[in-house]
Every structure is written in C-alpha cells, then in structure tokens.
Design a protein. Structure first.
Length: 125
C-alpha cells in the first residue's frame, strides 16, 4: 500500500469507508452498481437496506425499502405487502428485477416486486 493510500484511509470519513466496503461487496456478489443501472433494464443489485417504509393501514398495501450499494440508492417496492420477514434496516440483500424511473423528478430509481435473497450480514472473504 502506497503512502498516499495510507493517508487517504486515515483521513477518510466513516461514510466513505462504508461506501468503499459496499462497492467491494457488489463485486463479490457479481451484481451491477446502482449508479450504472439504466431505465427499463433488468438488473441484479446488492447492498444494505438503509430504511423500510410501511404503508398506512388505510391505504393500499405497499412495502418500500431503500437499498444502498456504495454507488447509489434504489427503492425496492413490494405492492400488496405490508411486511416481509427479514426485510429490515441493516440487512444485506441481493435483488433482481426491472429498473423503473417513473418520472424525471423522482429522486431514486425503483424496482417493483423484485425477487430477492437475504445475504449474510458479514461477508466472508
């Protein structure tokens, strides 16, 4: 490791270190980074769930999870579900589906009703 890399590691913030770790995990899982996904493209992504939003009881059932992979964030949306066991903040997940950007003003891309697999929380090298 060069002198610059060592100094860079010492000065990096925790979020930068976490992002680097997530990018390594994307490579390990052989998935594509969120930042390189295109609209209406079938993708396989992996990352960690940052937040889960449940729909109100009065509305149509919808579960929304924000997945972060170090390069960007994507919403995973399950329609007709109020909860899914194992879909919790801090969980590592691999998901596949059709990427959708519903409108230009929408902040994040989304995958509706993705197939998914819960991954171990700590990757083994």
């Amino acid at each position: 490791m060069s002198w610059r890399e060592r100094v860079g590691q010492l000065l990096a913030s925790q979020s930068e270190l976490d992002a680097g770790q997530e990018r390594l995990e994307v490579e390990r899982q052989n998935t594509v980074p969120v930042s390189s996904c295109r609209n209406r493209q079938r993708v396989a992504i992996s990352g960690v769930i940052r937040s889960v939003t449940y729909s109100p009881v009065s509305g149509a059932p919808e579960l929304r999870a924000e997945l972060y992979d170090g390069s960007g964030t994507i919403d995973l949306i399950w329609l007709g579900r109020r909860a899914i066991p194992g879909i919790d903040p801090g969980r590592r997940l691999r998901a596949e589906g059709m990427l959708s950007r519903t409108s230009p003003e929408r902040a994040r891309p989304a995958i509706y009703n993705p197939s998914y697999r819960i991954l171990p929380s700590q990757a083994v090298s």
